[in-house]
Design a protein around this ligand. Structure first.
Ligand code: PEP
Ligand code: MG
Length: 759
């Protein structure tokens, strides 16, 4: 059964559009369980009706014509109960409705299973039989497995279908909505520009060309280069290969013939596609055909075709304009399968208004960078057929985590109003720079910033930051091809320390691993967030740690505003070892004649084990800083990068709030100051609660700093304490957020948390 299942899923995946997807499913399922009928009813949410979309066994003429309301029939019951219904004689059931014109009268046995994708009901998969009998357990299990596996494919095909209709302009399905998670709040409206890593065939967007002749010529040039390249590789390997292996290169050359792949690609270009898109389509079709073959040798040939496709794409991309030459449209919304920090730098800042990533989550690194740059961002928009949206207008709503493709004029107007409101709020905050973050009853709260890029420093100073609470030193490491030298690091760190002196700068030691890989130091792990990351890596590599510490100490020479912070600490031993290495670096540099002062040393509280050791840590260090991003992920067992569980990643979870309060109380028992540098401090509501808990410093992205300052200046410390007392006893994260929002509204601070968004 497993093999049948695998084959069906593979074939369905290879189908070109929704119609073919559904058609393959009904045909193959009917055959697999030898039943008389297999049909799919898809839910039309607007009309609240199930429409018969494909069938094998019922009257074909009724496809697309027959429908039933969500409360009607046994199909309706399957949807309402969200569970399989297995009946030996459906007609005898009280809920049964006969669907006219389908010819289903003669069928008795009925098994319907719901098709559910991400908690959303897409439709119902039904099998029927003439006999009066119950489908057996293995058949039921097969159908449930089938439906669960196919739900994603159907959702994707539905989305792609509607996007295709939009781009063809034959049908105007407006306001097509996709959900993701917020990476940076704000609203953006503009054309989508899809960016893909080089030589990624699957990621090539669809594009039309007007000058077909020129496009064919471009393709032929690339083709000639690939032919030459393959011949060259073949020649250079000739001596080392057996003759049958050498033949592979001849096969490649033959595949590139005008009568083979090349001819098919040129035909697609002549239909108006750009060369890269035509290449993707043709290669994709051949790869799918080969991968479905039973013969393992032939199946393997799919790899050869893929390789050939990638080679051709590389030449096509080289012959196209370089990224730096691309003219990005005004209000570009950059769309990528996996947004990387490097991509953010490709688009001129004045043209870039929004970012959308199919993968990743609100706490991925790219999102954190986007926040520091203040660009509205959506992450984890998993159902967006991103290669199909090139050039289409989109609205990105970073507040509610939604993106609308091809929005209607009414919706655009609504969102333009939201942007105007936002501009008003921001204009009102501009005068705050010189003012302290002081509550109405005179409680002073230091506001620091999180940095990583050099550009962050100017923005942070411009917004009135009083120190750096977290400098993510891994960012300069991530944008290089090898470990930076001590001198390199020293120069980079000096810029941060100098710009802020005499204000304090907290430099975190290298925090790689988890979702922060270095291309030149790959860490392959099944479970990277529970693996080798943060201080674990650097203590295993004292040579890397020591070079970094020496660079930090040298950079602070004469400035004396350095605080060194250790990430991902779980045990006292790690703190002691790190302190020993820092002392060794201080001593070594002094011996070399440098005038080094002892830096302040702190630990981050990011893992649950550290929460219960705060006092022990506090006795050993000068300060404590809470990394609430990781702490939330580990306390709730929710991967901060996984869009599937993004709605479970809730910093206002009662357990997280309790832990945050416990940490401050414990650290203060040892008279050690506690800051927080996770994203929660950047949320005005969160900042009020953290101040009330007793946090000594709040460190956040520069973008949100003025909003947080405005919020703290709009409340008394006493009122903040009362709010905390009200909230800390609540047991439900949603209720906590609602309560927080309504209290902020009462204080006239409602506009800071979220402007009114149309639904
Ligand atoms: C955190 O985990 O809260 C934190 C500040 O560190 P990072 O987001 O870089 O992991
Ligand atoms: Mg962290």
């Amino acid at each position: 059964m497993l093999e049948t299942l695998r084959k069906i899923v593979q074939e369905v995946n290879a189908a070109a559009d929704l119609e073919s997807v559904l058609d393959v499913i009904v045909r193959r399922v009917q055959r697999a369980i030898r039943t008389d009928v297999c049909s799919i009813y898809l839910l039309d949410p607007q009309r609240e009706r199930y429409v018969l979309m494909a069938t094998q066994g019922l009257n074909q003429k009724s496809v697309g014509r027959v429908s039933l309301s969500v409360e009607e029939g046994v199909v309706g019951m399957v949807g309402q109960r969200a569970e399989p219904i297995n009946l030996e004689d459906a007609a005898a059931h009280s809920a049964f409705t006969y669907l006219k014109g389908t010819g289903e009268k003669k069928f008795h046995a009925f098994l319907g299973v719901p098709i559910i994708h991400h908690r959303t009901l897409l439709g119902v998969l039904v099998v029927q039989q003439k006999l009066i009998r119950k489908f057996d357990e293995s058949e039921e299990a097969f159908m449930v497995t089938m439906s669960a596996q196919l739900a994603g494919v159907i959702a994707h095909a539905e989305a792609t279908g509607s996007i295709l209709q939009i781009s063809d302009h034959t049908k105007t399905e407006a306001d097509r909505k996709f959900e993701g998670v917020s990476g940076c709040v704000g609203v953006a409206i503009g054309p989508a520009v899809v960016m893909t890593p080089l030589a990624d065939l699957d990621g090539v967007p669809d594009r039309k060309v007007d000058d077909i002749k020129a496009e064919v010529a471009t393709f032929k040039r690339a083709l000639a280069q690939v032919r030459r390249d393959i011949k060259r590789v073949g020649r250079s390997l000739a001596k080392r290969l057996r003759s049958e292996e050498r033949e592979l290169f001849d096969v490649y050359i033959r595949m590139l013939d005008d009568n083979a792949l090349a001819g098919e690609i040129i035909a697609r270009i002549k239909e108006g596609s750009w060369a890269q898109g035509a290449l993707k389509q043709v290669i994709g079709e051949h790869v799918k055909q080969f991968s479905m073959m039973d013969d393992p040798y032939l199946r393997e040939r799919a790899t050869d075709i893929k390789d050939l496709g990638r080679r051709m794409l590389t030449f096509l991309q080289e012959s196209g304009p370089a990224l730096s030459e691309i003219v990005f449209p005004e209000n570009t919304i950059l769309v990528a399968d996996e947004l990387t920090p490097a991509m953010l730098g490709e688009v001129p800042t004045e043209k870039l208004v929004g970012l959308i990533s199919v993968h990743g989550s609100g706490n991925s690194h790219a999102a954190i960078l986007a926040r520091s740059m203040g660009i509205p961002t959506l992450m984890g928009v998993v159902d967006l057929p991103y290669t199909r949206v090139e050039g289409l207008k989109v609205i990105l709503d970073g507040y509610s985590g939604r993106v609308f493709v091809n929005p209607s004029d009414d919706l655009i107007e609504c969102y333009q109003e939201v942007i105007r409101e936002e501009d008003e709020v921001n204009a009102g905050l501009e005068g705050l720079k010189e003012l302290p973050a002081e509550t109405t009853d005179g409680y002073r709260m230091p506001l620091w910033v999180n940095t990583g890029l050099i550009a962050d420093v100017a923005r942070a100073l411009d917004r009135g930051a009083e120190g750096i609470g977290l400098y993510r030193t891994e960012i300069p490491f991530m944008i290089r091809d090898f470990f930076p030298s001590e001198q390199d690091q020293m120069e980079t760190y000096r810029k941060q320390l100098e710009a802020f002196a005499p204000r304090p700068v907290t430099m975190r030691t290298l925090d790689i691993g988890g979702d922060k890989p270095l291309s030149y130091f790959p860490i392959e792990e099944d479970n990277p967030f529970l693996g080798w990351r943060g201080i674990r890596v650097t203590l295993d590599h004292p040579e890397i740690f020591l070079v970094q510490i020496r660079a930090m100490l040298r950079a602070a020479e004469g400035l004396d505003n350095l605080r060194i912070m250790l990430p991902m600490v779980t045990s006292v031993r790690e703190v002691d070892e790190s302190k020993r290495l820092i002392a060794q670096a201080v001593e070594g540099l002094r011996e070399e004649g440098h005038n080094i002062s002892q830096p302040l040393i702190g630990v981050m509280i990011e893992v649950p084990a550290a929460v219960y050791q705060v006092r022990r840590f506090a006795r050993r260090v000068d300060f404590i800083s809470v990394g609430s991003n990781d702490l939330t992920q580990y306390l709730l067992a929710v991967d901060r990068n996984n869009p599937r569980v993004a709605d479970l990643y809730v910093p206002y979870h009662p357990a997280v709030l309790k832990a945050l309060q416990f940490i401050v109380l414990e650290a203060h028992k040892e008279n050690v100051s506690v800051s927080i540098c996770g994203e929660m401090a950047a949320d005005p509501g969160g900042a009020i609660l953290l101040m009330a808990m007793g946090y000594d410093v709040l460190s956040m992205n520069a973008t949100n700093l003025p909003k947080v300052k405005f919020a703290l200046r709009g409340i008394s410390f006493e009122r903040a304490r009362a709010l905390l007392n009200e909230i800390i006893v609540m047991g439900d994260a949603d209720k906590i957020q609602v309560a927080l929002h309504s209290r902020l509204k009462e204080l006239g601070l409602g506009q800071l948390t979220r402007p009114a968004i149309p639904d």
